[in-house]
Design a protein around this ligand. Structure first.
Ligand code: ADP
Length: 479
C-alpha cells in the first residue's frame, strides 16, 4: 500500500510528546512491512543542521491563506527506498524556538501555521510521484486535510484516516480565522467545521475522514461519552462505525535496556544487575542518598492537568514520611514546576526534580527506578508505562484509557500481574497504591515476578502496523 502520514511532530526530528514517537515508529513499521511510506512534517528550527542528507526538492508551494499567498518549499530525507520524510519549509512559520508555544502561551498565529501545513499536505498528495492511496492524519494540526482533499478531487482523492491522539486538543480558533481555509462558508455550520461559533480543526477531521482511530481500544470507547468527549462525543457516536481503537506500539529499537546508547549499564530479564547500577547512578545524579535498598519512584511527564500531577503531589505529601525516594523529569505549567520544586526543597533527601526536556535522562529514569507513577486523569494511550514495563520498572497507573489496556494488576490476573492500578482520581487512592508498592518491594521474589512479566510483554509496532493496514483497507472500501 502507498501511505502518506502527516503530523506536526515526528521523532527524532521534533517532539513534545507521545505523538512524535507514535508517528515515527508507525512509519518505520509500515515500511518494514513492505509498504511505500512518506511522512510529512514541518521543518522546524535546527532539523536541517542536526540531520545529514536533507535535500531540497524542486517543488514550490504557493498556498492561499485567506487573501494572501504564502510560499514554501519541500525538503526530503530518504531513509530507505520505501521510507521518505518530507519537510515543509516555511521559516516564518516553523523556524522558532519551540513547536507550538512561547513559554506557556500558544503562538498567536497557530491557525495560520497549521492551516498552511494542512494545505501543504493536501497539495503534497498531488505532487508525490508515487501517488499515495491513503493519507493518515494525526491530530488537529492536520484535521482539515480530509475536507480539503474531498473538496479538491472528490472522485480520485486518496482515502483518509484520522487518528485522535488526544481529544482535549482540537485546534479551536475564532470564526475570524475561518477565511484562512479559503473554504466556502457552507462548511461553517454544526454539521461541518463549526463548533460553538468557532473553527474546530479536529472536528473537521472526525467529520470528513473515511476512518477514524483512537490510540487505544478503551480510549476509543471513552471518547464517545460526554465525560471524555470534550464536546465531540456526539459526532463520534454518529461516526462510531468508522471509529477504531488501536493500541500504540513501542519502538523497541530505541526503548530497550540491552542495546541503548543512553544506558551505561545494560541489563536484561536474565541479569538485572545493570538496573541496580543504573539506579545508584541516578540517585547520585539527582543528589539523593545512594542506597539500592530504598525504593525509587519516578515520573517523566508533561506538567499539565491531564497527567494527574496534582494528585501525585498530594500523594507524595502523604507518603514522603515513608522510606522512599521520588524523582521527576517534567516540563509544562510553571505553577506545577513551582509546586514540585517546593516539595523537593522541603524533602531534599527524598525528592529531587529536574525541569526541561531530556531524552537521555528519560531513558535513565525509566531504567533506574523501581516504580513509575502515571496517575493520569485521562490517558489516550500513554507510552511511558509501556516503556516502564520493558525496563522492569513497575508502573503505578490510574484505570483510564490506554493505561488500563496495557497494565495488569494482581486483582485482574495473579500470574500475569506487572503493575499496580487504582480507579479513583484522588491523592488518597494513589497513596494507597504507593503503599502497595512499598509492600511489594519488601517481597523481592514477588517483585521480580512482576518485573519479568512486564519485561516479557510485547507491544511491538509490527503487530500494531498490521492493524492500521486493516483500517486503511476499510478506508478504501468506505463509500
Ligand atoms: P503524552 O504524549 O501525553 O505526553 P506519553 O506517555 O504518550 O504522553 O508520551 C510521553 C513521551 O514523552 C515519552 O516518550 C516520555 O518519555 C516523553 N517525555 C515527556 N516529558 C519529557 C521530558 N521532560 N523529557 C524527556 N522526555 C519526556
Amino acid at each position: 500500500m502507498k501511505i502518506l502520514l502527516a503530523s506536526s511532530e515526528i521523532h527524532p526530528y521534533s517532539k513534545t510528546g507521545g505523538l512524535a514517537d507514535m508517528v515515527g515508529a508507525l512509519g518505520k513499521a509500515l515500511a518494514r512491512a513492505g509498504h511505500q511510506v512518506g511522512l510529512v512534517t514541518p521543518l522546524y528550527a535546527g532539523i536541517r543542521e542536526r540531520f545529514a542528507g536533507i535535500r531540497p526538492l524542486d517543488w514550490k508551494l504557493d498556498v492561499a491563506l485567506g487573501p494572501r499567498r504564502v510560499s514554501g518549499a519541500v525538503c526530503a530525507l530518504a531513509l530507505n527506498e520505501r521510507l521518505t520524510i518530507y519537510f515543509i519549509d516555511q521559516p516564518d512559520f516553523y523556524s522558532r524556538p519551540s513547536l507550538y508555544q512561547d513559554g506557556d502561551v500558544d503562538y498567536p498565529d497557530n491557525a495560520e501555521r497549521f492551516i498552511f501545513f494542512s494545505k501543504a499536505v493536501a497539495h503534497m498528495t498531488r505532487l508525490l510521484p508515487w501517488e499515495p492511496e491513503v493519507v493518515h492524519l494525526h491530530d488537529w494540526q492536520v484535521g482539515l486535510v480530509p475536507l480539503l482533499l474531498k473538496r479538491e478531487k472528490p472522485a480520485s482523492t486518496p482515502r483518509t484516516c484520522m487518528t485522535i491522539h488526544n481529544l482535549a486538543y482540537q485546534g479551536v480558533f475564532p470564526r475570524s480565522q475561518y477565511p484562512l481555509t479559503n473554504l466556502p462558508w457552507d462548511f461553517f455550520n454544526m454539521n461541518g467545521v463549526e463548533f460553538y461559533g468557532h473553527l474546530n480543526c479536529l472536528k473537521a477531521g472526525i467529520g470528513y475522514a473515511d476512518v477514524i482511530t483512537a490510540v487505544s481500544p478503551r480510549y476509543a470507547r471513552e471518547i464517545t461519552t460526554p465525560e471524555f468527549g470534550f464536546g465531540l462525543d456526539g459526532l463520534l457516536r454518529q461516526r462510531q462505525r468508522a471509529l477504531f481503537g488501536i493500541l500504540n506500539g513501542v519502538d523497541y529499537e530505541e526503548w530497550n535496556t540491552v542495546n541503548n546508547p543512553f544506558l551505561r549499564h545494560p541489563y536484561s530479564a536474565e541479569d538485572l544487575s545493570g538496573k541496580t547500577a543504573g539506579k545508584l547512578e541516578l540517585q547520585r545524579e539527582f543528589g539523593l542518598p545512594i542506597d539500592e535498598r530504598i525504593p525509587l519512584f519516578g515520573s517523566i511527564t508533561r506538567l499539565v492537568d491531564q497527567k494527574g500531577v496534582d494528585i501525585q503531589l498530594g500523594a507524595l505529601e502523604e507518603m514522603l514520611g515513608a522510606n522512599l525516594q521520588f524523582i521527576l523529569l517534567g516540563s509544562g505549567m510553571k505553577a506545577y514546576e513551582w509546586a514540585y520544586r517546593s516539595l523537593a526543597n522541603r524533602f531534599p533527601s527524598k525528592t529531587a526534580v529536574q525541569f526541561g526536556y531530556d531524552q537521555g535522562l528519560s531513558h535513565r529514569i525509566e531504567a533506574g527506578c523501581d516504580f513509575f507513577l502515571m496517575p493520569s486523569r485521562y490517558e489516550p494511550c500513554g507510552l511511558s508505562q509501556m516503556y516502564s514495563l520493558r525496563y522492569g520498572t513497575l508502573p503505578i497507573v490510574r484505570i483510564t484509557g490506554g493505561l488500563d489496556d496495557t497494565v495488569v494488576d494482581i486483582a485482574e490476573d495473579q500470574e500475569k500481574a506487572d503493575g499496580i492500578k487504582f480507579a479513583e482520581y484522588s491523592s488518597q487512592a494513589l497513596a494507597k497504591s504507593i503503599r502497595k508498592a512499598l509492600a511489594l518491594y519488601a517481597e523481592p521474589e514477588l517483585l521480580r515476578r512482576y518485573q519479568l512479566n512486564g519485561m516479557a510483554v510485547d507491544f511491538s509496532w509490527d503487530r500494531t502496523a498490521q492493524q492500521y493496514v486493516k483500517v486503511y483497507e476499510q478506508a478504501q472500501q468506505a463509500v
